[in-house]
Write a protein that binds this ligand. Structure first.
Ligand code: ISL
Ligand code: CA
Length: 557
């Protein structure tokens, strides 16, 4: 596959509200980010993905945008943002912005117009339908509980909102709306940004009939009628032709429910759509049949199967994105590792996985410190709209409050949104005021100041992994072969590119495990590139007695 800068990059995701507060109002902001850029440079990342910083009433923390071409007051000014871009570039890093165009805020000027009358020029910027027998136009449920439709008295019609009722879906079938989006994207690209992360971009085309999906009772997931909808590829190819193809930028689309076959249609190098997508298969590995809140334990064999499927499924066709958590997910260490006894070992093991696969790794803020999930005592301490709506719905339906709180402890999005832990002072050094959401109490020992000063920290291990990726281009481009497929405790694979081979061996659990290399992997010499424990001498690697959560990467020649 052709070499590209974004294939050789490591991306760092910033959730600005929780990253660094510069003025004591308890909300992270752009000057705060600027103040911490040297920390990111030290970590060694190449690209920063900034979650939305646009004007927003913050019903969904900035994913509800009321003006795409201005900065949220709490975060700073356009001048601050321009300084951020310049400071990122002057350190040799790049900046990609979040593009949220499946929906806007209901406080966007387009929506204010759209709801005024059925013949308003902006009416068709959104998706309006008359009710059916005094009810919603169909039975689709919103991702954030309840119906996906909201009745609007002014014109006696309903508008579609797949997310909150303050996030009306934009109507991509309207060419005028598409033109506005392309002009807005061009405006940001002309300011010099290096690409976009595109929010739920595979939901923009809805099946025109919008049929109901359920049994007449309640609301149901209507995904089959809006995931990878009928015109989505036409729209993305148009966007690429009109906008993206004119710049040397990277794009990554968030795509709910895609398979590797569908992903290839978005990222195939001959398709001229996107560079990468975020799939959800791994994030669904611990969900039961009733969805995300129906928590079930994951199995390593499922994790291996999913990763192997994506590694080989896109090989030679398109490029993978690699992530184990983000602002919508629990902390990876609490979810897939051990956030107590083997905190450091398991965080390093998971990092080894993330950085030795084919694709571009994405680090979510605090991951490099081993930040963990949080357990707030009361629902009043939670802030996320998805969590709060679910709680209200489930409790109203008579579910046990403790069971609902437990699901929030395991899966809630606020796990990933507690403030970045900078040091051991009050509120982890995130703010001098009162943070908008409480800090995880473990900041006293898990924080950046400690990590940077400790050569054996998770932070420095990430630096080493990034350096290995640069030195051995093989980690990005090489092909993937799974070993010990059926083993329930060990994840092992070989990456091959020409003469170069890397062997990666990971013990996914807190007990010792025995690794055995299969006979047909041939090599003369082996060299240890990285390990999360001391390894003395240069022992034989045909069999390895792995310690709890041990991770090793060997170069084979
Ligand atoms: O995982 C999810 C399904 O329960 C959700 O947390 C999430 O809404 C979904 O992954 C889509 O995410 C994106 O779009 C949302 C926004 O709330 C998320 O923060 C964003 O990443 C609506 O814009
Ligand atoms: Ca602030």
């Amino acid at each position: 596959m052709a070499n590209k800068w974004w294939k050789e990059s490591v991306v760092y995701q910033i959730y600005p509200r929780s990253f660094m507060d510069s003025n004591g109002d308890g909300i992270g902001d752009i000057p705060g980010i600027i103040a911490r850029l040297d920390y990111l440079k030290l970590l060694g990342v190449d690209v920063i993905w900034l979650c939305p910083v646009y004007e927003s009433p913050n019903d969904d923390n900035g994913y509800d945008i009321s003006n795409y071409q201005s900065i949220m007051k709490e975060f700073g000014t356009i001048g601050d943002w321009e300084r951020l871009l310049a400071e990122i570039h002057s350190r040799g890093m790049k900046l990609i912005m979040d593009l949220v165009v499946n929906h806007s805020s209901d406080e966007h000027a387009w929506f204010a117009e759209s709801r005024k009358s059925k013949d308003n020029p902006y009416r068709d910027y959104y998706i309006w339908r008359p009710g059916k027998s005094g009810r919603e136009p169909n039975d689709w449920g919103s991702f954030f509980s309840g119906s996906a439709w909201q009745y609007d008295e002014g014109t006696d019609e309903y508008f579609l909102h797949l997310f909150s009722k303050k996030q009306p879906d934009l109507n991509w079938d309207n060419p005028k709306l598409r033109r506005e989006v392309y002009e807005m994207m061009t405006w940001w690209l002309d300011k010099g940004i290096d690409g976009f992360r595109m929010d739920v971009i595979n939901l923009i085309s809805k099946a025109p009939q919008m049929p109901s999906v359920g049994d007449g009772k309640g609301y149901h997931f209507g995904g089959e009628h809006f995931m990878n909808g009928p015109r989505v590829h036409e729209y993305l190819q148009e966007m690429n032709r009109e906008v993206l193809s004119k710049y040397d930028v990277m794009t990554v689309g968030e795509t709910i429910g895609v398979t590797p076959e569908e992903a290839a249609l978005y990222v195939g190098e001959d398709r001229h759509e996107l560079n990468m997508v975020f799939h959800f298969e791994l994030m669904d590995v611990d969900s039961g049949p009733r969805g995300k809140w129906d928590v079930k334990p994951w199995e390593l064999r499922d994790i291996k199967r999913i990763i192997a499927k994506w590694q080989t499924g896109l090989e030679g066709k398109g490029w993978n994105s690699l992530y184990l958590n983000n602002h919508d997910q629990p902390r990876m260490l609490s979810r897939f590792g051990d956030d107590t006894i083997y905190h450091k070992e398991s965080a390093k093991m998971l990092a080894t996985l993330l950085h030795t696969l084919q694709g571009t790794p994405y680090i979510y803020q605090g991951e490099e410190l081993g930040m963990t999930n949080v357990k707030f005592a009361s629902i009043d301490d939670y802030r996320d709209i998805e969590t709060l709506n679910m709680y209200n719905e489930y409790v109203a339906a008579g579910q046990d409050v403790d069971a609902v709180m437990n699901a929030i402890y395991v899966k809630g999005r606020d796990n990933g949104r507690t403030p970045m832990q900078w040091d051991g002072t009050a509120h982890a050094g995130f703010t001098t005021g009162t943070p908008w959401i409480a800090v995880n109490p473990n900041y006293a020992h898990i924080n950046a100041e400690q990590a940077v000063s400790d050569p054996d920290s998770i932070f420095h291990y990430y630096r080493q992994l990034i350096a290995i990726r640069r030195a051995h281009n093989v980690t990005g481009y090489a092909s993937f072969r799974l070993l010990m497929e059926e083993d329930e405790r060990i994840f092992a694979y070989v990456r091959t590119r020409g003469e170069e081979q890397l062997l990666v061996v990971l013990n996914f659990f807190g007990e010792p495990a025995l690794f055995q290399l299969q006979e047909d992997i041939a090599f003369g010499r082996h060299e240890l590139l990285i390990c999360n424990y001391e390894v003395s001498g240069n022992p034989d690697i045909r069999t390895i007695a792995l310690r709890p959560y041990e991770a090793r990467v060997y170069k084979l020649q």
